[in-house]
Design a protein around this ligand. Structure first.
Ligand SMILES: Cc1ncc(COP(=O)(O)O)c(C=O)c1O
Length: 403
């Protein structure tokens, strides 16, 4: 009989042959020196600048957030010790959910272990309980959204990325009384595009569709108190379900949905991925809530980040380094080949002490491999100059020829 390992080994080898095998850099994260971190090279500690962290505002190293986590851990212990139903709902879970609901101006919110789980659970559970629910999904949606829709087995239509004309063609073909859910993101993390949210919600209204928006990459960064693109565009009341993360700009861990009381009560009552798992530690909830409160009050953090992002984009342009233009904070430098992408990332890392993770399949389609540069509120202009100078010095053609 073929062993399990014999079945799996060729799959791994195929990834290596295509240049899509994932090598992790093991880094020694430093709260004090973020976005710098350290790693061991031949027994010697090297300092490297991180240009790919999603800790956009540096909240994971914020003193007040760290103190809240540490203080509440001492008060409540490290784990909740139970599912939400079995002793795992604490005052900190409740308080966090209230804060999130107020932030998004929704009636209620529900916290999960991650936004990934929140997406899968919510979409799957809706599909299983609403007869003939049809999904209409942006072609660039995140894996967790795709997985939630796919695993339900419900009918799904895919519209071209951010293309409202195509979305309307699909909507026109479906009976008005068929329940349909348009699933999309506000900021797409790989190309940095921003969805035409207003046009999408207007179409939803016109064709009797519901809307599900993943705001994972806009939470903390857009809108008057950082609640995301819906807040920026004053569309909160027009979207049915918002998904967000507590792990990127908020700097902690966990994810959530925010929606009406009934919808939240429904997912709380039927969502397997919510019900049958230990709830987040109370201290994590307290720290996430503290971080949100800081973000709400201090928009200066976001402004600092955006100023540095614009500075980086300007330097790249002045130095003829092509990147995908967009209106968001994400700076993708398109390479288009997995092996070249990795070779450039290796050169940046080992020769220039700069960490930019090469993004390859399945995160992006084959041929769209890129270096996804993230500038946080904690970077300095000097660090950005170092990045651009290093990128400029790399002879892309030379790397291509040597592969
Ligand atoms: C668009 C999008 N949605 C959801 C998630 C999942 O978020 P989390 O890290 O909280 O699971 C990610 C994570 O990268 C994402 O990019």
């Amino acid at each position: 009989m073929t062993t399990l390992n014999e079945l799996l080994y060729p799959k791994i080898e195929a990834l290596k042959t295509d240049g899509n095998y994932r090598y992790y850099f093991t880094i020694n994260k430093s709260a004090k020196h973020f976005p710098n971190f350290y790693y061991e090279k031949n027994g010697v500690s090297q300092k490297v600048i991180n240009f790919c962290s999603n800790d956009y505002l540096g909240m994971s190293v914020d003193e007040e957030v760290i103190s809240k986590l540490s203080y509440t851990s001492h008060q409540t212990g490290t784990s909740s010790g139970g599912t939400r139903n079995i002793s795992g709902t604490t005052i900190h879970h409740q308080s966090l959910e209230n804060t999130i609901a107020q932030w998004h101006k929704t009636e209620a919110a529900l916290v999960f272990s991650s936004a990934y789980l929140a997406n899968i659970t919510t979409l799957y559970t809706l599909a299983k309980h609403i007869d003939n629910l049809v999904f209409i999904s942006d072609e660039r949606n995140h894996a967790s959204l795709i997985e939630g829709m796919k695993s339900s087995g419900n009918q799904k239509f895919i519209f071209k990325h951010n293309d409202v004309a195509h979305l309307e063609i699909i909507l026109q073909q479906l009976p008005l009384d068929t329940p349909k859910l348009i699933v999309f993101e506000s900021v797409y993390s790989m190309n940095g595009s921003i969805a035409p949210v207003k046009e999408i919600v207007d179409l939803a209204k016109k064709y009797n569709a519901y809307t599900y928006i993943d705001e994972v990459h806009s939470i903390g960064l857009y809108g008057s108190t950082g609640a995301g693109i819906c807040q920026l565009e004053k569309l909160e009341a027009k979207v049915d379900i918002v998904n967000g993360t507590l792990a990127k700009a908020v700097g902690v861990i966990g994810g959530y949905i925010a929606a009406s009381n009934t919808l939240i009560d429904f997912i709380r009552s039927y969502g397997s991925g919510f019900i049958f798992t230990t709830s987040l530690p109370p201290a994590v909830c307290a720290a996430a809530e503290k971080s949100i409160q800081i973000i709400q009050k201090h928009q200066s953090l976001t402004n600092t980040m955006k100023g540095l992002v614009n500075y980086c984009k300007r330097l790249l342009t002045e130095n003829n380094i092509p990147f995908i233009e967009n209106l968001s904070h994400i700076i993708p430098i398109k390479i288009g080949n997995a092996k070249i992408c990795k070779a450039i990332a290796d050169k940046l890392f080992f020769e220039n002490n700069i960490y930019v993770q090469p993004i390859n399949s399945p995160t992006v389609p084959i041929g769209e491999e890129c270096l996804r540069v993230i500038i946080t509120a904690k970077h300095t202009r000097a660090q950005i100059i170092q990045l651009v100078t290093s990128l400029k010095a790399i002879k892309f053609e030379k790397i291509t020829n040597s592969l």
